[in-house]
Design a protein around this ligand. Structure first.
Ligand code: HMG
Ligand code: MG
Length: 297
């Protein structure tokens, strides 16, 4: 049997948080429904952050109330503090995610506090979530570079990742927030993390700003990473990372993994339809190269 790779679809959150125009909850729910129909099982559908900071995520509670509840489908939401956690628990969220950074400047710009302060704040969120038997994911941003500081030491990434794991996070997602990595820097960063944590506790979260995300995914597979975050139609970016473009398109990742003989449980054809739906709703062309090539010999 082929080896299973877990794909965490972050389009409804990481993707849509960066859109200029307001997006109706109906469209967000329509996207999630199509992702579920395509066999996507892990979906980051919401973000309980300050609506002043990220207005696009304002309808998150309603989105989580309306998404299809299907056995085996797991929804998660970003929760930077206890206020976010309470909102997530109120709508029955079964997984939450805290998001820290390996870059001091990015931490300040993104969540208005130092790395150290953020970790203290996350401890309360993690403890609160675990008390409710809610799974906790943690992001480390800027693992392959920061928009304000440039290079980031792999040892700093490993240090923050280990602290988050020791605080009780189930999975640590390593974010190349600005897509600045290449396979060599990805390998070096992962080797540092793998010297303190097993591959089974790590995920790759690669933005595709310079078109390197698929190459970085292959480098990560070689080092044993088996969880990848991606965004249907390559939606997104980060509002606090100037110049960051979307996550690697889920279509590209699924095509890669299936070509290499891995299993994802995702139907590529239906996934492409989900990408076409959200691209049409946002009034733009389909950006995934796999989607554009699909159906042609
Ligand atoms: P702050 O201003 O320091 O917070 O922001 P505060 O505690 O002083 O509160 C200020 C106001 O925000 C108050 O409202 C709070 O009620 C409200 P006011 O009294 O002024 O009307 N507030 C909230 N409202 C709703 N939900 C909450 C919440 N918390 C406070 N949870 C804070 C600190 C963290 C809240 C803010 O900086 C924030 O919301 N930042 C979010 C930034 C963000 O969402 N960035 C994008 C996601 S991260 C990302 O994309 C990277 C990732 O994909 C990985 C990668 O690619 O690297 C994950
Ligand atoms: Mg991201």
């Amino acid at each position: 049997m082929s080896e299973f790779i877990k794909i965490v679809e972050v389009g409804p959150r990481d993707g849509l948080q960066n859109e200029k125009q307001p997006i109706d909850v109906d469209i967000k729910v329509g996207l999630v429904q199509r992702l579920v129909d395509a066999g996507v099982r892990y979906i980051e559908a919401a973000s309980f952050v300050s609506p002043r900071w990220v207005p696009q995520m304002a309808g998150s509670a309603e989105v989580l109330r309306r998404v299809p509840r299907v056995p085996g489908v797991h929804y998660s939401a970003l929760t930077p503090n206890l206020q976010g956690l309470e909102a997530a628990l109120a709508v029955g969220c079964e997984e939450v995610a805290v998001f820290g950074s390996a870059s001091e400047s990015f931490s300040q710009r993104n969540i208005n506090c130092s790395i150290r302060e953020s970790l203290a704040r996350f401890r309360a969120v993690i403890d609160g979530a675990r008390a409710h038997r809610v799974r906790v994911r943690a992001y480390v941003s800027c693992v392959l570079g920061c928009p304000y500081e440039g290079d980031i030491a792999p040892a700093k990434v490993a240090e923050v990742a280990l602290i988050l794991r020791e605080m009780g996070c189930d999975e640590i997602s390593l974010g190349d927030t600005i897509g600045r990595g290449n396979p060599n820097t990805t390998r070096r960063m992962l080797e540092a993390c793998l010297s303190v944590l097993p591959a089974s506790q790590l995920a790759g979260h690669y933005h595709d700003t310079y078109g390197m995300a698929i190459a970085n995914t292959v480098a990560s597979l070689d080092l044993g990473i088996r969880v990848f975050d991606s965004s249907v139609a390559g939606l997104g970016g980060c509002p606090y990372a100037v110049g960051a473009s979307g996550n690697v398109a889920t279509e590209e990742v699924v095509y890669l993994l299936h070509s290499l003989g891995y299993e994802t449980g995702i139907d590529l054809s239906q996934l492409i339809q989900a990408g076409a739906y959200i691209s049409a709703a946002l009034g733009r062309d389909v950006s995934s190269r796999v989607a554009r090539a699909w159906g042609h010999p």
